[in-house]
Design a protein around this ligand. Structure first.
Ligand code: ME8
Length: 505
């Protein structure tokens, strides 16, 4: 099995913020999860560097556009390891490999009679890099705005068009047959009703500026930034060489995007692909939108959340955990400092951290830093071990269906049961009355901490590496296929230290 996951490629008009970090971490979580299942994985991210929005930003800064995008792209690249993400490729749309792939795609569309030259007259939003219909706009004091709130301007120019309208029925057919290919379900319904509403041909070139990939054999036109941008997903798999092992192994892939750009991914992109005889993406997951203490995140309001600041203040895994435990993946979420402190303290410090700390230090003090596997498990132990198996199954189902929050809930509800087990079995009392039973209890708890930790590895990898090292294990020794039957003869404990300190307000 193989798994190809992508983030959107981010515009380099500005520095990355929490929203970009969120999508990238989501992809890292799924990538690590599939790796943990033993699959061959490919995780792609990168930057979207052409178009009017980016060109305008460089002009405002009075910088050469190429120099500007070189610098800005680096900010996105630097953020990845800082977020604890491990990627396989970082693509920039100004690279030659991408220009070649995109021009090849264009020629192929032309060859397949999918492109014609005409005139575009209508609304365009530079901020969204999108065309809008009259019916989609709202009148405000300073003119019309798009549904996103972005200003629009009237453009009238010669343009090449893609015959999107011709793909309406084929797209509907594809989505009828692939009902889970857009998640969550509500987004699937949204895309279907958009397609059913009728598709118009799409303007795919511009003539009023030059910062884009040249249309082959027509120097007056540069490509519309979205046809350029979407092609990145296959450029990275060495398109147009689709007979290479990468393309064969990894296409079709899984696109994780924000709900703002669903239409581009679920309508335009599959239509381009079908028009050049390539399979549409396997899955498009559109996640929700983060607000800051109840307010829309925006530069003009001045409430943009800097991921560096959050990580430095709360810790990397604390942030990764909060973002995916707090809000169902797919829903909108509100970022608040109170909420992160509460969530981290309740789940990571109290529930999980205390359990690790009290059991491992108890074993160090009272059981010579190790516990042996019991000859037999009594019913209480078997019950708890069975409950783990149930939590594991639920976790796998939820992670496989992109419900990270539910998967996390499965683990933390189970960890509460383990805490209750410790309280009920009271190993500190057994120490005098029944040391054999004490060791059995300690083994059961230790193994369940290890087994639960493995499930958390995709979400909070660096903390889990520390937890496992307290139990003298390394990540390489365990994976998801081995985890259910993982019962080593002996578990040795190294001197523990707090891994999830409480966040003081
Ligand atoms: O749209 N909450 O780039 P972009 C959650 N270049 N996610 C957010 C967010 C928020 N407040 N703000 C941004 C583009 N995002 C195009 C994509 S792909 C072929 C081309 C995330 O820099 C979310 O994933 O505007 C959203 O879709 C993406 O950043 C938009 O990034």
């Amino acid at each position: 099995m193989s798994f190809f996951v992508t983030t959107p490629i981010y515009y380099v008009n500005d520095v990355p913020h929490i929203g970009h970090a969120y999508t990238t971490i989501a992809c890292d979580i799924f990538n690590r999860f599939h790796k943990l299942k033993g699959e061959e994985t490919f995780f792609l991210t990168g930057t979207d560097e052409h178009g009017q929005k980016v060109e305008k930003a460089s002009l405002v800064k009075n910088k050469d556009t190429q120099k500007f995008v070189d610098e800005m792209s680096q900010n996105f690249r630097d953020l990845i390891p800082f977020l604890g993400c491990e990627i396989d490729d970082f693509i920039r749309t100004t690279e030659d490999r991408h220009k070649n792939a995109t021009q090849f795609l264009w020629n192929k569309l032309k060859e397949n009679n999918q492109i014609y030259l005409s005139n575009y007259e209508g609304w365009y939003s530079i901020r969204d890099e999108a065309f809008y219909l009259d019916s989609e706009l709202t009148k405000k004091e300073n003119g019309f705005v798009a549904p996103s709130g972005a200003p629009v301007e009237w453009v009238k120019e010669e343009s090449y068009f893609f015959k999107l309208s011709a793909w309406q029925n084929k797209l509907l057919e594809f989505y009828e047959q692939n009902k889970n290919s857009i998640l969550p379900k509500s987004r699937y319904n949204e895309v279907l009703s958009f397609i059913k509403g009728g598709l118009k041909d799409l303007s795919i070139s511009r003539t009023t500026f030059k910062w884009g990939i040249k249309v082959p054999e027509d120097d007056n036109h540069v490509m519309y930034v979205w046809i350029d941008a979407l092609c990145n997903y296959i450029t990275a798999l060495s398109y147009p060489n689709i007979d290479n092992s990468y393309f064969k192994k990894f296409w079709p892939g899984v696109h994780i995007v924000g709900k703002d750009i669903l239409r581009f991914h679920a309508v335009y992109w599959p239509a381009f692909l079908l028009a050049v005889d390539i399979e549409p993406p396997k899955k498009i997951f559109a996640h929700g939108w983060w607000t800051n203490e109840g307010q829309k995140i925006s530069k003009s309001i001045g409430n943009v959340i800097d991921p560096y600041e959050i990580v430095n203040q709360y810790g990397l895994d604390q942030m990764r955990f909060f973002l995916f435990r707090e809000v169902p993946f797919g829903n909108d979420g509100d970022f608040s400092k109170d909420a992160i402190a509460q969530r981290v303290n309740a789940d990571l410090s109290n529930n999980f951290g205390n359990l690790i700390q009290r059991i491992s230090s108890f074993i160090v003090k009272n059981s010579d830093s190790k516990v042996n596997k019991p000859a037999e498990f009594i019913d209480d132990d078997k019950n708890l071990l069975n409950q783990y198996d149930e939590a594991l199954n639920n976790y796998l189902t939820n992670m496989n269906s992109y419900s990270i929050d539910k998967a996390l809930k499965n683990i933390f509800e189970f960890l509460s049961l383990v805490n209750t087990f410790v309280d009920n079995q009271a190993p500190w009392s057994l120490k005098k009355t029944d040391p054999v039973r004490m060791e059995e209890v300690l083994y059961v708890v230790a193994i369940l901490i290890i087994k639960s930790s493995i499930l958390l590895l995709p979400i909070i990898p660096s903390s889990i590496k520390k937890v496992l090292s307290i139990f003298s294990l390394s990540v390489e020794e365990i994976n998801l296929s081995k985890i259910q039957n993982f019962l080593p003869e002996i578990i040795s404990i190294k001197k523990p230290y707090p891994i999830f300190p409480r966040i003081e307000k």
